[in-house]
Design a protein around this ligand. Structure first.
Ligand code: AMX
Length: 435
C-alpha cells in the first residue's frame, strides 16, 4: 500500500488537469453581483476561495471530503478497543479524498512519532515564557520558531522549481503536525505545573501521545475524547479566520510554520477559537452569580443580562451555520455516552434549552444555535482538564490538520499570491453616485 506522500504524488497530476479543465469551461462565468454591504460586512457569503478538503452547508454543517461527521465516525479506522475515529485517518482523507486502511493510519502514527521531537532552542523558548503569557501566545511563538528548520524555506533558498513546491511543503506539514503534542504538552506542564514531560511512544497513536503528554493518558475515555476532538475541530471549509489566514500567509510562500503560526493568532480571538475558553468562563461566572442547580428562569435572566451588557453569548451563533453545529451534537453524544450525569454537562444542556429562545427573541443573531465551542470545555473539565486558558491550544493542534492539508494542495496546484482589491468609502460614493 502506498504512503500518504506516494498516494499524493499519484493524485496531483490529475487534479492539476481537473482545475485546468474547470477553469477552461467556467473561468469567465460570474457568481453574480457583489454588494457594497459585503465589503463593509466582513465579506460574509462572498465567493472567494477554493478548498476541496471540507465544505460547510448552512443547514447541515461540515462535510469532510463529502462525508458528514457521523459518516467519518463510521468509516475511519479506530484504535484497538476504541470507537472514535483516529485523526490520522482524517488527515489522510483531507489530503487524498480517500478513506485509508488501518495499516496506512498506523504508518502515519509512526511517522508522526518519529518526527515529534523539538529543537532544544524551541523548548527553551517555551520554558522562558512567563506562566502569565497566554498559552496561545506561547503556542504561536513556538510554531513560528519551528521555521528555523523548514524544508520549504531551505528548498526555496536553493532555487527549487515551482513544480516541486508541494514536496518540501508536505515534509513541513508532517513535521508541524508531529511536533504539536510536544509543544502543547510542554506549555501545559510549564504553566500548570504537571511535572516532567514523558517521551512520545512510537507504538501509540497521535491522540494517545497528546493525552499522555498532558498527563491524562491513564483515562482511556479522555484519549477517546482527544481522537474525536482532533477529528471534528480540524477543518471548517476555507473561509474561517484560522483556515483563511493560513492560506493567505502561505500564498506569500511563507513556509507552513509561519503560515500556521498566523492561523493560531487568528484562532486566539474570542469570536473564533478562544470562544471555547470564553464559554467556560461565562458558565463559571453564571454559577457564581446564580448558584449551581439554578432554575431555568434564573439562567434565562443571566443570558439576558449578558446581552444587555453589550456582550455576546459565547458558543452561540455562527457566520455560516444556521442550525445546531453537528460538531456540538457529536460532543453531546459523547457526553450522553460517557458522562450523562456530569453537573457541568447538565448545565450545558440547560443552556442549550434556553439560549436559542433568548437570542431569537432578542432578534439580532442570524443563528441562535450552539457552535462547537459551546460544548468542548465541559468535556475537558469532566476529565480534570480544568484550565480553560489552555482550551484553544487543543483547538489549534486540531486546526493544524486542515491548514496543513490546504497548504500542501495550494502549493501543488500553484495557488497564486492572494491579493483582493480594497476600496475607500470615498471611492464607493463616487462609483455609485448616479446608480
Ligand atoms: N450573542 C449575542 N449576540 C450575537 C451572537 C451571540 N452569540 N451572535 C451574533 N450576535 C449578534 C452580532 O454580534 C451582531 O450584532 P451587531 O449587529 O450589534 O454587530 C448580530 O447578532 C448579527 O451577527 P450575525 O450576522 O448573526 O453573526 P456574525 O456572522 O457577524 O458573527 C459570530 C458570527 C460567531 C462571530 C457571532 O455569532 C458571535 O459573536 N458568537 C459568539 C462567539 C462565538 O461563539 N464564536 C465561535 C464561533 C465558532 C468558531 O469560530 N470557533
Amino acid at each position: 500500500a502506498p504512503t500518504l506522500k506516494e498516494r499524493l504524488a499519484e493524485l496531483i497530476p490529475a487534479e492539476i488537469e481537473n482545475v485546468k479543465a474547470t477553469r477552461a469551461a467556467h473561468g469567465k462565468k460570474s457568481f453574480g453581483p457583489v454588494l457594497v454591504d459585503q465589503l463593509y460586512g466582513g465579506m460574509r457569503g462572498l465567493p472567494a476561495l477554493i478548498w476541496d478538503g471540507s465544505v460547510l452547508d448552512a443547514e447541515e454543517g461540515i462535510r469532510f471530503r463529502g462525508k458528514s461527521i457521523p459518516e467519518i465516525q463510521e468509516a475511519l479506522p479506530k484504535a484497538p478497543g476504541g470507537s472514535e475515529p483516529l485523526p490520522e485517518g482524517l488527515f489522510w482523507l483531507l489530503v487524498t479524498g480517500e478513506i485509508p486502511t488501518q495499516e496506512q493510519v498506523n504508518a502515519l502514527s509512526k511517522d508522526w512519532a518519529a518526527r515529534s521531537s523539538l529543537p532544544s532552542f524551541v523548548e527553551e523558548i517555551i520554558d522562558r515564557c512567563p506562566p502569565t503569557l497566554h498559552p496561545m501566545s506561547q503556542f504561536s511563538l513556538a510554531v513560528t520558531a519551528l521555521n528555523h528548520d523548514s524544508a520549504f524555506a531551505k528548498a526555496y533558498q536553493q532555487g527549487i522549481s515551482k513544480k516541486e513546491y508541494w514536496q518540501p511543503t508536505f515534509e513541513d506539514a508532517m513535521d508541524l503536525i508531529a511536533k504539536l503534542p510536544n509543544i502543547a504538552g510542554r506549555i501545559y506542564r510549564n504553566v500548570y505545573g504537571g511535572g516532567k514531560l514523558p517521551a512520545i511512544d512510537a507504538d501509540k497513536d497521535y491522540s494517545y501521545n497528546l493525552a499522555n503528554l498532558l498527563g491524562f493518558a491513564d483515562k482511556s475515555d479522555f484519549v477517546e475524547l482527544m481522537r474525536l476532538y482532533i477529528t471534528i475541530h480540524s477543518d471548517h471549509e476555507g473561509g474561517n479566520v484560522s483556515a483563511h489566514t493560513g492560506k493567505l500567509v502561505g500564498s506569500a510562500l511563507s513556509d507552513p510554520f509561519l503560515a500556521f503560526a498566523a492561523s493560531l493568532n487568528g484562532l486566539a480571538g474570542p469570536l473564533h477559537g478562544l470562544a471555547n475558553q470564553e464559554v467556560l468562563l461565562w458558565l463559571r461566572k453564571m454559577q457564581s452569580k446564580i448558584g449551581e442547580n439554578a432554575t431555568d428562569d434564573a439562567v434565562r435572566e443571566y443570558v439576558w443580562s449578558t446581552l444587555k451588557g453589550g456582550q455576546v453569548v459565547p458558543g452561540y451563533g455562527h457566520a455560516v451555520l444556521r442550525k445546531t453545529d453537528p460538531r456540538y451534537t457529536a460532543q453531546r453524544e459523547f457526553a450522553l455516552k460517557h458522562l450523562p450525569n456530569d453537573p457541568l454537562f447538565k448545565l450545558v444542556s440547560q443552556v442549550f434549552n434556553i439560549v436559542p429562545g433568548v437570542l431569537l427573541e432578542a432578534g439580532k443573531a442570524k443563528n441562535p444555535w450552539p457552535n462547537v465551542d459551546a460544548h468542548s470545555g465541559a468535556l475537558l473539565t469532566h476529565y480534570g482538564l480544568t484550565q480553560m486558558q489552555f482550551y484553544t491550544v487543543l483547538f489549534g493542534v486540531s486546526r493544524a490538520f486542515g491548514v496543513a492539508a490546504q497548504l500542501i494542495w495550494d502549493r501543488a496546484l500553484g495557488a497564486p499570491l492572494e491579493r483582493p482589491k480594497s476600496y475607500s468609502t470615498e471611492a464607493i460614493k463616487k462609483i455609485f453616485k448616479d446608480k
